[in-house]
Each structure stands twice: as C-alpha cells, then as structure tokens.
Design a protein around this ligand. Structure first.
Ligand code: GDP
Ligand code: IMO
Ligand code: MG
Length: 427
C-alpha cells in the first residue's frame, strides 16, 4: 500500500488533520498537494492541541517527512511563523521539503482577495481572506511567482513587475486603493529566500523514488470535495482541486501509483462561508450540533453552518474521488439525540433525485428527503471496537455505509489520536 490519498468528502473540516496524524506514525511521507493556509487542521496529541494551516499534519510524527507539493500555494510569512510556532513547542521541523514549483501567496494576493470580497458585497464567496484565489488566478494566468523565483533576484523583479502591472490598475482605478510598489514586494520576498532555501527540493523526484522503494506516502487534502473548483458547488468553492486527481497534479505522481483513496466524512455536515447546503439547520438542532461539535473555524474563527448527514453528497464523493474507504468522524457528537435524520435523496421542483444535480440552479432548489434513524444515549468516547458501540450507533454507521458507497474503515469517537475505532487497517 505505498501511496494513499486522504481527503475531505464534504465541505472541509471533516477531521482530516486527526486522521492524517493517526496514520502519520506508520507513514514515511505526508504531502499537501493543494490549497494553502486557508486550511485549518486540528491535531490533538495527549493534552496538546495543534492547529496546522500550511504544514502537513504528518509533521507531528517524528519518523515522517512532511512535503509541500507543487500544487500548494505558499504564503512564506505564514509558513515561517507556523514553523517557528512548532519549533517553540519542541517539534522537529527540519525534515520539511517544499517544491520549488509551488506558487507564492504575496501580500498583494491577500489584499486583492479582501477587496474583491468587499466589492462582491452580497454575492461574496466568504473566502478565508488568505489570498488563495488570487494566487491561483495568477498561476493559471501565468503571472505567478514560484518558490524557486526567490533565489533569482532579477527574475523575481521581472515577475513581480509583470504581476503588479494589471493588479495596480485594478487596485487604483476600480477598488480605489493605493498602488503597490515593486520594490516593497521585492524586499519582503527576498527577505524570505535564505530562510526557505534549505527546505526546497525536487519533491516530485523524491516522492516517486520513495513510492518505487516501497515507502508509504500519504497525500493529505485540504478543504473538501464539495469545495473543489471543478467538482464542488461552484462558484462557492476554493480555487484548487482537493479531489483525488489533485493529488496527482499537485504532487507530480501518476494515478497508477495511488493505491487507496480515503474519504474523511463527518457523521453530520458542516460548511463555512457562502453557498448552497441542503441539510443546513436553522433551529435548535443546528445550534446543538455546533456547540457539542465545537464547530468553529480553525482558520477564521467563524461559526460553521451545521446540518444533518447528507448521503447524496457522500455518494458523490465516492464517485468523483474513486473512494476505497471512509473514515467516519465525530460520531460521538450525535450521542443524545432520540432520532437522527439522514438525507437520503433530494426533492427538486417536485422530483425525487438520488444523485447530486450537476446543474447549479437545481442544487440551490434541492430539499432534503430525510429518513430517521434511532439514536443512542450512551457515552461512546471510550469504545475501541465496533461491537462496543451501542446497537443504534452500529446501525447508524452501517446505514451510512450502505448509502455512501464505500466501506467505513475507521470511526472517530473523540478528537484525540486514540479516540478512534479501527475496523479495517489503512496500511
Ligand atoms: P480538518 O480541517 O478536516 O482537519 O478538520 P478541523 O480540524 O477543521 O475540524 C475538525 C474538528 O473536529 C477538530 O476540532 C478536531 O479536533 C475534531 N475532531 C476530529 N475527529 C473527531 C471525532 O471523532 N470526535 C470529536 N468529538 N471531535 C473530532
Ligand atoms: P480545511 O482544510 C472549510 C472555504 C471558505 C470559502 C471557500 C473559499 O480546514 O477543511 P478560499 O479562502 O479557499 O478562497 O475560500 O472555501 N474554505 C474552507 N472551508 N475548511 C477549509 O479547509 C476551507 N478552506 C476554504 O470558507 O467558503
Ligand atoms: Mg479545518
């Protein structure tokens, strides 16, 4: 089982950090392949809680080499502060490898992200304001700055000038902001060069060699399937491909090398930012899920929107990612409900629909069709095996598995590393 992808099956915040950390001890490399510091991955080790944004969660496992792949957008200031934060807590960060082809998020990307959202007003996406969209836009527009450009001042100057050319016109003429000076950006970026030089590597070569040698490589997705720029609820998405194919382009590893794709699936649903969300709750149940589940953004501190489990979305995630397994998280949060509704299909303009509609308007009109499952009241946080779960919790898991189209191979019953029921080994 040399190469596994672990990704979000919903709208992010499914518990990817915990799942990655759990496997980290048996994995040689953990690779971020897309996104940037819009991610907020929580890892709880004993009484220590870590919030990782840009660094792969495997950085907390001593034997594991963390890799930032070419598909990631890197804000150097955030990267360096995250590294020093971990170093202060005694974490060894020296093994980190960063692709020279990864693109940089600069201060003008964060500025453009914020002013664009303000300009959109009611139509805003609700981005994390971290410059993600504008950095990817520059990459696709071929005016991006890559990590390797930091080490060639004259190239860097040319590229920053080219990037600012149009951006300054926009900032000044459309957004009524001050122009950004090339020298200002250059000075800031060059200041990072020496601090980052030692981490930069040909990560595609490193990872392919590792796989060929039988080492275990884990690709850790940020965000989630429904936030994917191609397969998500566009335009209410992030600007990268969290879906499984993104691991190939974002790390330079061919699809024939990937042996397993694990979808992290929360036992209910959450979403941050704007966009459609059929099972969203606006009543006391939604509030209860938010409070018991601690559903507050790790990156922006925003309250997450909460709703019941949506099997249509889970089936869709199985399809577009070719999922081989699910890791069901936060089952413990559902303890105490007498009956738990699960969305099994949608009703769209009077029709029952079993699959996620590809048409945006249909999805906005989708009303959940619920089936109610009996709940349980026993504390499940100490359960170590499936059989130790109350019968109704077992039924809930089995029902979700049948509806979602892939086996549930692990169940989270608490935030800690050990609060996990392993059913089938991932390795
Ligand atoms: P990520 O972005 O997918 O890594 O997820 P986040 O870290 O943003 O949000 C998941 C939250 O749920 C974090 O606070 C985790 O510590 C917590 N968590 C993960 N798995 C479980 C679980 O099985 N039970 C409970 N109660 N909390 C969990
Ligand atoms: P993790 O990895 C949840 C959402 C934002 C917004 C949209 C676009 O912790 O699961 P962006 O800043 O990416 O341009 O914002 O995507 N978003 C996330 N929501 N979890 C995340 O990451 C997210 N990263 C981005 O809220 O709706
Ligand atoms: Mg998160």
């Amino acid at each position: 089982m040399p190469a596994l992808v672990l990704l979000g099956a919903q709208w992010g915040d499914e518990g990817k950090g915990k799942a990655t950390d759990l496997l980290g001890g048996s994995v040689d490399y953990v690779v971020r392949y897309q996104g940037g510091n819009n991610a907020g991955h929580t890892v709880v080790v004993g009484d220590q809680k870590y919030a990782l944004h840009l660094l792969p969660s495997g950085i907390l496992s001593p034997g594991c080499t963390p890799v930032i792949g070419n598909g990631v957008v890197v804000d150097p200031a955030v990267l360096l502060s995250e590294l020093s934060g971990l170093q202060e807590r005694g974490v060894d960060t020296s093994k980190l490898l960063i692709s020279g082809n990864a693109h940089l998020i600069t201060s003008y990307h964060t500025t453009v992200d914020k002013v664009t959202e303000r300009f959109l007003g009611k139509r805003k996406i609700g981005t994390t304001g971290r410059g993600i969209g504008p950095a990817y836009a520059d990459k696709i527009n071929r005016v991006g700055i890559r990590v390797q450009d930091l080490f060639d001042e004259s190239i860097l100057r040319q590229k920053v000038e080219a990037a600012l050319d149009v951006k300054n016109q926009l900032l000044v003429k459309l957004y009524n902001r001050r122009a950004i000076a090339t020298d200002e950006v250059l000075e800031e970026l060059l200041g990072y060069a020496d601090q980052l030089r030692g981490f930069v590597a040909d990560t595609t070569l490193v990872l392919n060699d590792a796989i060929d040698e039988g080492k275990v490589v884990l690709f850790e997705g940020g965000q989630g399937t429904l936030l994917d720029v191609d397969h998500g609820t566009y335009p209410f998405v992030t600007s990268s491909n969290p879906t499984a194919g993104g691991a190939c382009t974002g790390a330079g590893v061919g699809p024939t090398k990937i042996s397993r794709v694990i979808g992290i699936l929360k036992a209910y649903t959450t979403r941050v930012g704007a966009g459609p969300f059929p099972t969203e709750l606006f009543d006391g149940d939604g509030e209860k899920l938010r409070v018991i589940g601690g559903e507050r953004g790790v990156t922006t501190g925003r309250d997450r929107r909460c709703g019941w489990f949506d099997a249509v979305i889970a089936r869709y995630a199985t399809r577009v990612n070719g999922l081989t397994d699910f890791f069901l998280t936060k089952l413990d949060v559902l303890t105490g409900w007498e009956r738990i509704p699960v969305c099994v299909a949608y009703e769209i303009d009077g029709r029952r629909v079993e699959e996620l509609p590809y048409n945006q308007t249909d999805f906005h009109h989708a009303k959940p069709v619920y089936e109610e499952l009996p709940g349980w009241s026993e504390d499940i946080s100490k359960a170590k095996t499936f059989e130790e779960l109350p019968k109704n919790a077992q039924r809930y898991v089995k029902a979700l598995e049948e509806m979602s189209g892939a086996p549930i191979s692990a169940i989270g019953v608490g935030p800690g590393r050990t609060e996990t029921i392993e059913i089938n080994s991932f390795l």
